[in-house]
Design a protein around this ligand. Structure first.
Ligand code: FPP
Length: 291
């Protein structure tokens, strides 16, 4: 039984329940040709219970290269292929938001040549992938502190945001010079600045969770419900600290350059196996205001 379907098919089934057998399986045409392994995994996926927001820590590029006696940067370039596949597949599955951890505030400690290579790779990615991004109706965002990035990178990111702003599909956020603690500090400072603008220095009302969430880089996105980390490390590494409060965490030993569509489907299947309780007894998310 292939349960994944086009969104239009799902809408059709909801309004015409007895016609559900007419629905086309989504996996076979919206995703393009699928391998036998992918088709087997797709059969077990429930289109109605996909995560709304997937966040990914793309780890293991260096180890992948070292295992092959190649320079670390070859791992990063091969990792771009995995990013491309993940982005396109999520967009075609109608996932609302995908957030990829490309460069953390801690990554400046890497050798200068590796940092320069990563920045070059990102600029190339933004330029080369624009047709794929546009074809898939994707909106691009960047999460992090842009001011510390090279000016050319800042310009390319601004251009990518502008060029995709009127798209209406998946929001692709690339975390770049990103830190979870830095993001919370930035949100607090934004609240203080807003108060100074509106009320002078005398507003000492307590800050609420809702108010803080509204000032995060991800303010208008749902919180990630699935966090994927490759290469086996059981760490969160300062990624989306606030937003992953209720996320299901899926860690795989697969190194990022080996992460492909079948591995993504496995992560989605594992997500669907878990019962989500959010600290209560029912599998329903707490309302934003209650968080
Ligand atoms: C972690 O591997 C990976 C990174 C720090 C960079 C991730 C960047 C890309 C995949 C390319 C560009 C991104 C996009 C969105 C196009 P690591 O070097 O820490 O690996 P290791 O732990 O094995 O050393």
């Amino acid at each position: 039984m292939l349960t994944l379907r086009h969104k239009e098919d799902l809408d059709f089934i909801v309004s015409h329940p007895h016609h559900s057998t007419l629905a086309k399986p989504l996996g076979l045409d919206s995703l393009g040709p699928v391998t036998a392994e992918e088709a087997h995994l797709l059969e077990r996926l429930d289109a109605a219970r996909l995560p709304r927001h997937i966040a990914v820590i793309m780890d293991g590029n260096g180890r992948w290269a070292q295992k092959r006696h190649l320079p670390r940067i070859v791992g990063h370039s091969t990792g771009v292929e995995s990013a491309r596949t993940t982005i396109e597949t999520c967009a075609r599955l109608n996932i609302e938001a995908l957030t990829l951890y490309a460069f953390s505030v801690e990554n400046w400690r890497r050798p200068k040549t590796e940092i320069e290579f990563l920045m070059k790779l990102l600029r190339q990615y933004i330029r080369n992938e624009m047709p794929l991004i546009q074809r898939n109706n994707i909106r691009m965002r960047f999460l992090g502190r842009p001011d510390d990035l090279p000016l050319a990178v800042q310009k390319d990111t601004r251009d990518a945001i502008g060029a995709t702003a009127s798209n209406t599909g998946m929001v692709l956020s690339i975390a770049l010079n990103y830190g979870g603690r830095a993001e919370i500090v930035d949100a607090m400072n934004a609240i203080l600045a807003e108060r100074r603008r509106h009320n002078g220095h005398h507003d000492s009302a307590p800050i609420t969770e809702k108010q803080l969430a509204r000032h995060l880089y991800t303010a208008d996105l749902p919180d990630p419900d699935l966090l994927i980390r490759t290469s086996g490390e059981m760490r969160v590494s300062n990624f989306l600290l606030w937003q992953i409060a209720y996320a299901e965490i899926f860690v795989t030993d697969v190194l990022w350059p080996d992460f492909n569509r079948a591995r993504l489907f496995e992560a989605l299947l594992e997500f669907q196996k878990r019962e989500r309780r959010y600290g209560g007894i029912e599998a329903a998310p707490p309302s934003r205001a209650a968080r």
